[in-house]
Design a protein around this ligand. Structure first.
Ligand SMILES: [Zn+2]
Length: 305
C-alpha cells in the first residue's frame, strides 16, 4: 500500500468517526434480527450494535462485561420483549445506569408492543421451567408482526432524534413496500405446502406456521427451555410416525444430534432453519435471512412430499 493510499484510508476512518460523533444516534439491539430492522429504519442516521451473536439462543445470551459499556453509551435500545431476554438482559441494564434506555424512556424500544402474542398462558408456574411466560416471543419470522416492530422503531427513533423524523418515516415506508413484495413471494413459495406437518426443537416457529399455513404438531423440548427427555422423545416419535411428519426444524444453537436421532427413527429429515441474519452465509439482513429460511423450508418440504 502506498503512503498516500494509507493516508487517505486514515482520513476516511477519521471522517467516519466524526460522522458518528456528529449526530448519528447509537442504537443497541439485543438480537441481530432486531438490529437489521433498526438499520433499515435508521439508515445513515444511526449506528447499530447487536448484543447476541447470530448463532446464539436469544433466551440464553452469553452476557459479556463489555455489554454494560455498550449499553451505557447507547441512545436507544431495541429489545424483543415478552420476556425473550429475561434470562440475561435485566442485570446488564441495571449495571449500565443509562436513563436514556430505562423502561418507558423514548430510547427504549420494546418490539413486542402492539403485537398480538400467541400462546399467552392462562396460568403460569415458573417452577415448571417454561420460559414463554407472557406468550410466545418468537414473532420476528412473521412479516406482519415485523411491520409493527418497524413502526415501533421508527416512532421511538423520531422521539430520540426529532430532526431526522422525516428520514425515519421515509425509510419505514420503503421497508414496508419491500416487505409487502417479499411476503407475496414467500407466500407463493410455500403455497404448495399448506397444511404440511412439521416438528421443531423449540416452540419457535408458531408465528411462521400460522402466517404460511403450516402445522407444527410437536416439539422435541417438552416445554420451552426444558431439554428433551427420553420419555418425551418417545412420545414425539410416536406422534411423528402416526402423522407421517417428514421434517424437523432446528436452529444453530439447538441440539442437532437429538434431532438426528429422532429423524433416523421416523424417516424424517433435519432441516437447518436459522432465524437470525448472519447465521447462514449471505443472510446479513432481515430480508436475506427470511429469503433463506423460506427457501430452505420450501426445498425441505418439497423433498419430503
Ligand atoms: Zn422461546
Amino acid at each position: 500500500m502506498t503512503f498516500l493510499k494509507a493516508s487517505l484510508l486514515g482520513l476516511a476512518a477519521i471522517g467516519a468517526s466524526a460522522a458518528a460523533a456528529s449526530g448519528q444516534i447509537r442504537v443497541v439491539a439485543t438480537t441481530p434480527d432486531l438490529a437489521s430492522v433498526a438499520r433499515e429504519i435508521g439508515g445513515d442516521r444511526i449506528s447499530v450494535t447487536a448484543l447476541a451473536k447470530p448463532t446464539e439462543d436469544p433466551h440464553f445470551v452469553d452476557a459479556k462485561p463489555s455489554f454494560v459499556v455498550t449499553l451505557n453509551r447507547a441512545d436507544a435500545l431495541v429489545e424483543g420483549g415478552a420476556e425473550l431476554e429475561l434470562g440475561w438482559l435485566p442485570p446488564l441494564l441495571e449495571n449500565s445506569r443509562n436513563g436514556k434506555i430505562a423502561a418507558g424512556a423514548p430510547g427504549r424500544v420494546v418490539a413486542s408492543e402492539g403485537i398480538r402474542l400467541l400462546e399467552i398462558p392462562t396460568s403460569f408456574d415458573r417452577s415448571k421451567g417454561d420460559i414463554h411466560s407472557l406468550g410466545n416471543p418468537h414473532f420476528m419470522i412473521d412479516p406482519a408482526a415485523v411491520k409493527i416492530v418497524a413502526r415501533n422503531i421508527a416512532t421511538h427513533f423520531a422521539q430520540v432524534d426529532p430532526k431526522s423524523a422525516a428520514v425515519y418515516n421515509a425509510n419505514l415506508a420503503k421497508f414496508n413496500t419491500t416487505l409487502d413484495a417479499k411476503l407475496a413471494d414467500w407466500q407463493r413459495q410455500l403455497a404448495p405446502y399448506r397444511g404440511a406437518k412439521i416438528v421443531t426443537y423449540h416452540r419457535d416457529f408458531v408465528y411462521l406456521a400460522q402466517r404460511f399455513g403450516l402445522n407444527t404438531i410437536d416439539e422435541l423440548e417438552p416445554k420451552p427451555g426444558i431439554a428433551p427427555s427420553p420419555a418425551h422423545l418417545a412420545q414425539v416419535i410416536g406422534k411423528m410416525k402416526a402423522n407421517n411428519v417428514k421434517v424437523i426444524l432446528v436452529q444453530p444453537f439447538q441440539n442437532r444430534k437429538t434431532a438426528e436421532t429422532v429423524a433416523r427413527q421416523t424417516g424424517a429429515a433435519v432441516l437447518d432453519a436459522p432465524q437470525q441474519p448472519g447465521a447462514a452465509k449471505g443472510t446479513d439482513s432481515y430480508f436475506g435471512m427470511m429469503d433463506n429460511l423460506i427457501g430452505s423450508l420450501a426445498r425441505g418440504l418439497g423433498a419430503a412430499k
